[in-house]
Each structure stands twice: as C-alpha cells, then as structure tokens.
Design a protein around this ligand. Structure first.
Ligand SMILES: C[S@@+](CC[C@H](N)C(=O)[O-])C[C@H]1O[C@@H](n2cnc3c(N)ncnc32)[C@H](O)[C@@H]1O
Length: 229
C-alpha cells in the first residue's frame, strides 16, 4: 500500500493524493469548497441542520474526515443533532489526518482535536469507533463497505468514494441499490459524480435523480431522492 501525500487545492485547503487510486481525496479546485457544495448544500444537510431537523448521515468513504467535520461544525453552530456513520477501509494514521489542519475551516475548531483524539494513532482497517459530544455522534465502521455494514435509515447519504473508474466496487448497480434502501423516506443521496451509469443505477433503484451544478471545476453532480411516502 503506497503512502498518500499532501497537495494544496485552489481554495487554500489541503487534500491528499493517493497513489494506489491515482486520485485526490477532494477536488483540486478546492477541497473545502467541494465538500460544502456537494454534501452540505446540494445534499440538503445544511438546510436540515439550519432548520433544526436532526439528521442521520451515512458516508461512503470517511477519508480525511473533512465532510464529517464540516457537518459536525454546522450541527454545533445550529444546535441540531447530527448522527454520522462513516465507512472506511483504510483509516489513515492520526498524524496524516492532523497534518490537514482542517480546524482552520471550522467555526468550532475544537471539533478537529476531539475527532483526532478519538482515532487510533496508527490508523486501522477493521473495527468500529464511536464518539459523541453535544449535538454530534459519530460512528466509524472500518472495513470493506461492499459488505454493507450499515443499518440505517439515513436522511442523507454522502457517496464520496474515489471515482467509478478507480473504486468500481462502490458504484455497482447492486451497491447503489443497497444505499437507496438505506435512505429514509424523503432522504437524499448526493455525490460529486454525474456519470450516466451512476444516474441510471440510482433511477433503477427507485430514486428521483436530478443533475445539479457541480463545484468549481465540475459542470454537474447528482442528487437522488427517495419518495417521502
Ligand atoms: C474520496 S475519499 C473520501 C474523502 C472523505 N469523504 C473526506 O471528507 O475526507 C474515498 C475514501 O474511500 C475509501 N474507500 C475506498 N474503497 C473502499 C471500500 N471498498 N470500503 C470502504 N472504504 C473505501 C478510501 O480509503 C478513501 O478514504
């Protein structure tokens, strides 16, 4: 397994490049900008938290914990409960995550330290981690997400695997159908990918799929809703 290395992105926030996947964890056009746009804003989680709706999120790919931290930050700012479940098969060593210094992008920077303190120093590839504090509960399920280790339902699903070419097992029709099953009625799955095969698989799973403007550097992304009845 190769070691990911740091890159700066266009909005000044860092990400890592993973040589095994030949991909960065977030967009080079702005890591924080992409995370906020795709998952909090278009994914509807920001609106839910701002209007006081407790929200359960399942994320495919905990990665550097950036999306998780931005969600937790908004939960604390709004005083709304945020229950996050992250799936990850290669949790990085704590020092790699700490080097991102995402606290600089948070209204409540202490959340970054709280998260780091709860993670194993050397990373991990299996097991479970549970952390909680006021307004935020976090559960990390370490292992292959293909095994579908979640329970649900979730008001939001963040599909943030590496791309369908780099990480094909997390974009199959069967896997996307299993994610659709895990959505609560009215729930929303959001992803940075706008690929036709992904859109069709989400539609085949019974979701109402819409293209939305993508973050900087990307024309489109997808949101997919489960019927509320
Ligand atoms: C694009 S990164 C996620 C970035 C993350 N959401 C963040 O906010 O930092 C994709 C993540 O998916 C993880 N991953 C790839 N294949 C996986 C699998 N089969 N099961 C679980 N996690 C996987 C990778 O290790 C990587 O951390």
């Amino acid at each position: 397994m190769s070691t990911p290395y740091e890159e700066q992105t266009a909005d000044g926030s860092p990400t890592l490049y993973h040589p095994d996947f030949a991909q960065t964890y977030h967009s080079r056009h702005g890591a924080v900008t992409e995370a906020r746009h795709v998952f909090l804003d278009q994914g509807g989680v920001a609106e839910r938290l701002r209007t006081g709706c407790p929200t359960r999120v399942l994320e495919v790919g905990f990665g550097l914990g950036l999306n998780c931290l931005l969600g937790a930050d908004l939960a604390v700012s709004t005083g709304t409960d945020f229950e996050y479940t992250g799936l990850e098969c290669r949790l990085l060593p704590r020092r790699k995550l700490a080097a991102m210094d995402y606290a600089r992008w948070l209204q409540h920077p202490e959340l970054a330290r709280w998260l780091l303190d709860g993670l194993p120093e050397d990373g991990a590839q299996s097991g479970r981690i549970a952390l909680s504090r006021q307004f935020v509960s976090l559960s990390l399920i370490l292992g292959d997400a293909v095994c579908r280790p979640w329970s649900g339902p979730y008001e939001a699903i963040w599909l943030d695997a590496f791309s369908p070419d780099a990480n094909p097992e997390l974009w199959t029709t069967d896997f996307l159908a299993a994610l659709a099953d895990a959505l609560a009625p009215g729930g929303c799955l959001s992803t940075y990918s706008a690929r036709g095969a992904v859109r069709r698989a989400l539609q085949a799973a019974g979701l109402e799929v819409h293209k939305r403007p993508g973050p900087p550097g990307k024309r489109e992304m997808l949101v997919a809703f489960k019927s509320s009845v």
